[in-house]
Design a protein around this ligand. Sequence first.
Ligand SMILES: Nc1ncnc2c1ncn2[C@@H]1O[C@H](COP(=O)(O)OP(=O)(O)OP(=O)(O)O)[C@@H](O)[C@H]1O
Length: 241
Amino acid sequence: MSITATVLELEGLSCSLGSSHDILHDISLTIREGDILILQGKSGCGKTTLLKCLAHLNVYDGIILFHGQTPKSYGIPNYRTRVFYVPQRPSLLPGTPRDFLDVISKFAAQQARRKSESKLVELRVPIDISEQWGVTEDLWDRKWAELSGGESQRIALAAAVGMNTAEILLLDEPTSALDAETSLQVEKYLTRQIADRSSSMKAIVWITHSAEQGGRVGTRFITVADGGCREADGPFVPNGH
Ligand SMILES: Nc1ncnc2c1ncn2[C@@H]1O[C@H](COP(=O)(O)OP(=O)(O)OP(=O)(O)O)[C@@H](O)[C@H]1O
């Protein structure tokens, strides 16, 4: 029996976002190589809050370990290029997608230097991926705020996967603004990346409200409720339908 490597561990994670009660309370979870972990639950139950804790974007109590070390030990910007959060509404980001790519590429280049790799950071790759998903290159130079929801989702995802720095992708309803055909294309691309051993991407934590999508892409299924996480055998289908 092969033992799959642990990538990310949470121990006793709680988060209150400054309110008087915990939104998430004492969550422990292990994410392993090859996991596509589906996060489900009612609106407002804390799914995005959990994703943002994993990305070290929220203040939390408890421990997060990435390959056995804390996010701070990597330097937070470097950690965030490896545990990469793709927001539900990238349109709230400042500047243009190309500015975003420049920032990630600087961290990717630093990462490569640290590992003494000579690999060039190839900025064309994310643009080429987005073109496969129907986004033309000129949109990379528009302000995020001037893109449609679906355009900004595809561009943010293409940036996240195309830089080949992310080991864990944290996806917040990544296809909610896409048509069915493009959603399927994106799903196929992401699941292939996880199966491809030469890809840097080892696991995905994926929020979706669609049980069908969860069933197509997921390998593990977590329901967030009452501040905690419960693992199930399959996607959660509301009202048993
Ligand atoms: N910055 C904040 N400060 C205080 N409370 C917040 C903040 N952000 C979110 N909340 C609250 O935390 C709870 C969890 O929100 P969260 O966005 O994590 O839910 P969610 O499960 O992702 O919801 P949805 O499915 O609607 O996107 C909600 O009650 C929300 O109102």
